[in-house]
Design a protein around this ligand. Structure first.
Ligand SMILES: NC(=O)C1=CN([C@@H]2O[C@H](COP(=O)(O)OP(=O)(O)OC[C@H]3O[C@@H](n4cnc5c(N)ncnc54)[C@H](O)[C@@H]3O)[C@@H](O)[C@H]2O)C=CC1
Ligand SMILES: O=C(CO)COP(=O)(O)O
Length: 457
């Protein structure tokens, strides 16, 4: 997945002796994991390399279907079970330079990324608006609400419940926002007076959604609340990246984009590790749209699975969903290429095909006949696709692009359309050309947004 297998095998043959010698040198490592002992030698070597590259985790429970399962220790999710430290065989890239990072939002993704950065020896402050969270986290180094079985990096200190003040912020090198899109504006309004422009930390955003009332992307929310200078330098990370897999150091790759690519490069330097690859780009608008829209198609895919449809249907939803989101994105003024990247098809494929996805789960439960209010009330975590579908509908209407799947999901969620009728209506449409990109003039919505930022299209 993250490297071609042939070079891996070749380099493993060269490294095999080296790795084994180093195993013997490790006094704390008494015997290799059982899985590595029973595998054929070349495979064992590859396994040893992957295992050493991924390093130890305090929590680890590879799913039975994982392709890496044979190479990874059958570690209990309980952190009471300790495994030998193998990071020294392939240590994390040392962060250059070591940074002070404030993570806003202590849900699944905020706490997961705080852990990732803490493991890279950055000094991390994890903000929560709840005092109970702050007290519990600092006492136990665990998140009481999400990723509950994971023991978090010792380099994280929880802060809150008030938003950090100007004195605190001026010491930060990075502020990472992992707050759901609908709550971002209110938090940026609170934070803005504490940001000093000439000592502006790197601002990174990982939320995937569209603001319902305004149809604004995050870039526009930042421009509205903090001004064009801050928005232009804002950096966005998106891509197939389930929090619970990142904390287990499963190989993960993401897209990182900013209008100021030097900022995207800075973010990459902070996040990139052998188990977490970052690919930089300069189309934050496309990256944001891709991340937000894939959640709507994940609801559609889950709904089809919930109704009992199988592989043909899911493949059609993923492929037609990609065509649709590329069409919407292009009409908006984003680059169609961005939708072929990790933030586009990568994340679309993952969330449309995994019950780990909350958006897929919303769709699945709708397909099984549950009511939306009941699903939201019991999901326990945000599913951004539900609110995004509403903002997206207005964008689709304004752009005048054909987007039958997204429109159907909007009608199911907000107009009471039955899920079965939705499928029948989608299938009963007359035949059409498969792939067409809309013509854009004047840069579309992106042109207006960039003009707001003082940028020419
Ligand atoms: N969980 C995942 O694997 C990934 C999530 N994301 C995105 O990251 C964003 C956050 O998602 P999760 O952390 O998973 O959500 P979550 O539901 O696990 O946590 C949300 C966090 O935001 C906080 N929050 C909610 N309303 C708030 C407000 N008004 N002010 C301040 N804080 C507030 C909650 O207390 C909670 O700590 C979403 O946009 C999501 O799409 C992106 C990639 C992966
Ligand atoms: O965006 C995600 C992973 O990349 C998480 O997806 P869900 O929000 O559907 O769980």
């Amino acid at each position: 997945m993250f490297m071609s297998r042939q070079p891996v095998l070749e380099s493993c043959l060269l490294q095999r002796l080296h790795v084994r010698t180093r195993y013997r040198m490790l006094s704390r490592f008494t015997s290799p994991p059982a899985q590595l002992q029973v595998l054929p030698s070349v495979t064992r070597c590859w396994g040893a390399r992957v295992y050493s590259c991924l390093g130890p985790r305090r929590s680890f429970a590879p799913p039975p279907s994982s392709p890496l399962t044979p190479f990874l220790p059958a570690r209990s999710i309980s952190s009471r079970v300790k495994y030998p430290t193998l990071t020294m065989l392939s240590p994390p890239r040392s962060p250059c330079p070591k940074s002070k990072v404030l993570v806003l939002g202590s849900g699944n993704f905020g706490s997961c990324l705080a852990d990732h950065l803490g493991d890279s020896e950055h000094q991390v402050y994890l903000w929560s608006r709840k005092q109970e969270f702050v007290d519990y986290f600092n006492a136990h180094h665990r998140n009481p609400d999400y990723l509950k079985d994971h023991e978090f990096s010792g380099n994280i200190h929880a802060v809150g419940p008030d938003i950090p003040d100007a004195d605190f912020i001026k010491d930060m090198d990075v502020i990472l926002f992992a707050i759901p899109t609908q709550a971002l504006r209110e938090n940026l309004i609170k934070l803005r007076p504490n940001l000093i422009l000439d000592r502006q930390p790197l601002l990174i955003f990982v939320n995937k959604g569209i603001e319902t009332d305004t149809q604004a992307l995050t870039l526009e929310i930042i421009a509205d609340t903090c001004g064009p200078e801050i928005a232009t330098r804002a950096t966005f990370i998106s891509g197939p990246s389930f929090a619970k897999e990142i904390v287990r150091r499963q190989p993960t790759s993401v897209s990182v984009a900013s209008l100021d690519e030097s900022q995207a490069q800075r973010a990459t330097e902070i996040f990139h590790q052998p188990w977490f690859r970052c690919y930089t780009g300069g189309d934050p608008i496309g990256l944001e749209l891709a991340g937000a829209l894939k959640n709507v198609y994940a609801i559609a895919a889950g709904m089809a699975d919930g109704l009992g449809f199988e592989s043909n249907t899911r493949a059609a939803i993923i492929t037609r969903g990609l065509a649709e989101m590329t069409r919407i994105g292009t009409a908006y003024g984003a680059s169609p290429l961005t939708f072929l990247g990790l933030a586009g098809v990568g994340d679309l494929f993952m969330t449309c095909s995994s019950p780990t996805s909350r958006n897929y789960t919303v769709g699945y439960r709708l397909g099984k006949g549950e009511k939306l209010e009941d699903i939201i009330a019991t999901l326990g975590s945000v599913a951004e696709g539900v609110t995004t579908a509403k903002g997206l509908k207005k964008i689709i209407d304004e752009l005048g692009v054909e987007a039958a799947i997204a429109t159907g999901i909007y009608e199911v969620l907000y107009e009471g359309k039955a899920v079965n009728d939705n499928v029948h209506e989608l299938m009963a449409r007359p035949p059409s050309r498969e792939l067409d990109l809309p013509q854009t003039s004047g840069g579309g919505h992106a042109g207006r947004l960039l003009a707001k930022l003082g940028r020419q299209t």
